[in-house]
Design a protein. Structure first.
Length: 322
């Protein structure tokens, strides 16, 4: 009987952690772009390295290996995804031994079923932005693997199947739908790693410490409150010095800097929904329009009015386009 509250508390903490993680990931504005899709055969080699961009390789059919200098080669099978969060040396080939001589080859249209030695791939690049971009991406490994045999990723299998069907429809020319599907797969990968206890680091590791996820949840619910470091430290039952140190070590940001990012992310969402600048400023704790404008420009990179107009005009253009 006495253990039930503890289990409930653990479950509640995990639920709060998951909600905060999803909110932070949802705040990332990402864009994926498939630059080629099709099939390789023979002694082929493929890589997106050297472009100074984050990239991905999605296995639509067949098998291959991922090779990175100084690391063990990784076997890849259908519905596996490789997301390289940073531009790192790597290449894919049909062999487990990276020393086997392979060369770049022209990609052929995807066949209905890959024969032995054939591999169907969708490769491209992605980018992301938003106030939490640096904090979120720094918490992830250079190479993020989305595995087909991981039960927590079962829903992602449908996205791979849709990409494969789209590739058969469009041939070797990527489509806007494939870009959207690749972006959704990227989100699955981010969420999977951020929720994985074994891989948690940085901001994710901080949120798993007792009291920190509930604190961030409270900041989200009441961003207009005049939060101080002392008050935040009291919420997680730490001294001011210990709280500040743990926060800065995990995030590379002070608690008040993190609060500023959170407030500006919330402000950006409200502005995108058409709220007035005065209402948004008040909603995130600013009584002065000028102070809010300075903070918003420092974090987002544009004045709130200009940013809102650009977003609203972009939304209208998309609506007219459909």
């Amino acid at each position: 009987m006495r253990q039930a509250p503890a289990r409930d508390s653990d479950s509640d903490h995990q639920g709060q952690t998951d909600r905060v993680v999803d909110w932070l990931l949802d705040g990332l504005e990402w864009q994926a772009s498939v630059f080629h899709v099709g099939q390789y055969c023979g002694r082929w080699r493929a890589s997106t390295a050297g472009r100074a961009r984050a990239s991905f390789h999605l296995i639509l059919d067949g098998r291959c290996w991922l090779h990175r200098p100084g690391l063990a080669s990784v076997a890849l099978t259908p519905r596996d995804g490789v997301f390289l969060m940073r531009d790192v040396p790597h290449f894919l080939s049909p062999y487990s031994d990276p020393a086997i001589d392979c060369a770049p080859r022209a990609m052929q249209p995807l066949s209905s079923a890959a024969a032995l030695g054939e591999t169907g791939l969708a490769c491209g690049f992605f980018s992301f932005d938003g106030p939490f971009r640096a904090l979120v991406t720094d918490a992830f490994p250079d190479c993020l693997l989305l595995r087909a045999d991981d039960r927590t990723n079962a829903s992602a299998a449908t996205l791979f199947d849709l990409m494969r069907s789209e590739a058969h429809r469009t041939g070797s020319e990527p489509s806007a739908l494939m870009d959207r599907l690749a972006g959704l797969l990227f989100f699955y990968g981010l969420r999977h790693v951020s929720h994985g206890e074994a891989q948690a680091r940085g901001l994710w590791a901080l949120l798993r410490r007792p009291g920190f996820a509930p604190l961030v949840s409270q900041l989200l619910q009441a961003p207009e409150q005049a939060w101080t470091v002392d008050e935040m430290a009291a919420r997680v039952h730490l001294s001011r010095a210990a709280f500040f140190r743990q926060f800065a070590e995990a995030c590379g940001q002070s608690p008040l800097q993190f609060l500023l990012l959170l407030r500006m992310q919330l402000a950006a969402r409200l502005l995108a929904q058409g709220e007035s600048i005065a209402q948004v400023a008040q909603a995130v704790g600013y009584e002065s329009y000028a102070a809010f404008s300075r903070a918003f420009k420092r974090v987002i990179g544009a004045q709130p009015g200009a940013w809102q107009r650009a977003r609203m005009n972009g939304h209208n253009s998309e609506t007219l386009g459909h």
